[in-house]
Design a protein around this ligand. Structure first.
Ligand SMILES: NC(=O)C1=CN([C@@H]2O[C@H](COP(=O)(O)OP(=O)(O)OC[C@H]3O[C@@H](n4cnc5c(N)ncnc54)[C@H](O)[C@@H]3O)[C@@H](O)[C@H]2O)C=CC1
Ligand SMILES: O=C(CO)COP(=O)(O)O
Length: 329
């Protein structure tokens, strides 16, 4: 039986715990809140996220004791929003993660450090990059709860690690496959949130499907330029780990980033949109990291720049979209 430490109590951690435990793995599930852990133990349901899912408590072990959960596991799955990774891992020392395989399920960057999550973890715990991987692909937690057919991609420079984790995920409604492009997949997963957020802003302002199709087409080119500048290697951005994830996030009713952007387009402030959501739109934080990273790279990134101006410089969404409109082809 594979032993997994799931770090995080949000929708994605809940969905991954469902998949992994129902496939037979033992999942030690770390959450911050004692009350939430207690509730899970007594009712078998996560009361805050995907509350319809019932867990088998002979395989799922909710706990607030991070060190204990990590000690018992072969795999660590990080599934808190990127902004909380530093805090969540604060108590762990290098030895705690020695000889473990670490999977990031996070599609965001470490604020302030402007690092991908896998780069941060490798640096902070001095781990070889071959011990790390990322779960990506177009997959909303809500559809996992409904057992709708989904596809996941595991990116790692270690093919065996990626294949082994894919194997843990495969079931009747999840297909998973390995890919070697760890950095490319992770950067694109970050970028697609910014783009989906901008699609939401356009929608909130009253732009329609015709415009969004052009926005997304231009966004693919922006993603290609940026990822190539950071990590030049041949990659087919039409693969589902890149384009598929962009499409589902830009178009789905379940997308946090699109929903958040739509509120901004309709005139909400960042604070009020965040308060209303109870969920995290990674694109809000990521756009600052990407904008700062790009000060050196100087890649033309009109969409990310517009989102940054709207979210951090309080420039009117309508004005930024007018500017963007003229740049698209
Ligand atoms: N929800 C989804 O369908 C998918 C999410 N992801 C990624 O998974 C990551 C986690 O997102 P979700 O599970 O969607 O989160 P969520 O938006 O469902 O929930 C928010 C999470 O943040 C946690 N949180 C809030 N304040 C915290 C703090 N101070 N310290 C630690 N944790 C805190 C909450 O406990 C909860 O776990 C994100 O990077 C997201 O992009 C990736 C694929 C699908
Ligand atoms: O990454 C996701 C789907 O693949 C989730 O996107 P949102 O955070 O916008 O819901």
């Amino acid at each position: 039986m594979e032993k997994i430490a799931m770090i995080g109590g949000g929708s994605w951690a809940t969905a991954l715990t469902k998949i992994l435990s129902e496939n037979g793995a033992r999942v030690g599930w770390w959450q911050r809140s004692k009350d939430d852990v207690q509730h899970l133990r007594s009712t078998r349901h996560n009361r805050r996220y995907l509350s319809s899912v019932a867990f088998d408590l002979t395989r799922v072990f909710p706990s607030t004791d991070l060190e204990e959960v990590v000690k018992e596991a072969d795999w660590l799955v990080l599934a808190v929003p990127a902004a909380f990774v530093k805090d969540a891992l604060d108590k762990l020392d290098r030895d705690a993660l020695k000889n473990k395989r670490i999977i990031s399920a996070i599609k965001g960057m470490i604020p302030g450090k402007n690092l991908l999550v896998t780069d941060y973890v490798a640096e902070r715990f001095r781990l070889p990059v071959a011990s790390l991987g990322i779960v990506a692909g177009p997959c909303h937690a809500e559809e996992v709860a409904l057992e709708k057919q989904s596809y996941l991609t595991i990116g790692s420079v270690d093919h065996q690690l990626a294949e082994d984790f894919s194997q843990l995920l495969r079931n009747r409604y999840v297909k998973a496959h390995p890919m070697a492009d760890l950095d490319g997949i992770e950067y694109c997963a970050v970028m697609k949130n910014i783009i989906a957020l901008t699609c939401g802003i356009a929608h909130g302002l009253g732009y329609g499907d015709n415009f969004q199709a052009v926005l997304v087409s231009n966004a693919v080119q922006e993603m290609r330029r940026f990822v190539h500048a950071l990590n030049p290697q041949p990659r087919d951005l039409s693969a589902s780990a890149y384009l598929g994830d962009l499409l589902v996030t830009a178009y789905s009713q379940f997308s946090r980033n699109r929903t958040f952007g739509s509120m901004i387009g309709r005139g909400y402030s960042v604070k009020s949109a965040q308060m209303e959501m109870n969920m995290v739109a990674e694109g809000y934080y990521a756009v600052k990291s990407i904008y700062e990273l790009n000060k050196e790279l100087k890649v033309p990134m009109p969409i990310a720049t517009a989102a940054y101006h709207i979210l951090y410089e309080k420039i009117s969404p309508a004005v930024e979209l007018e500017i963007l409109k003229e740049k698209f082809r």
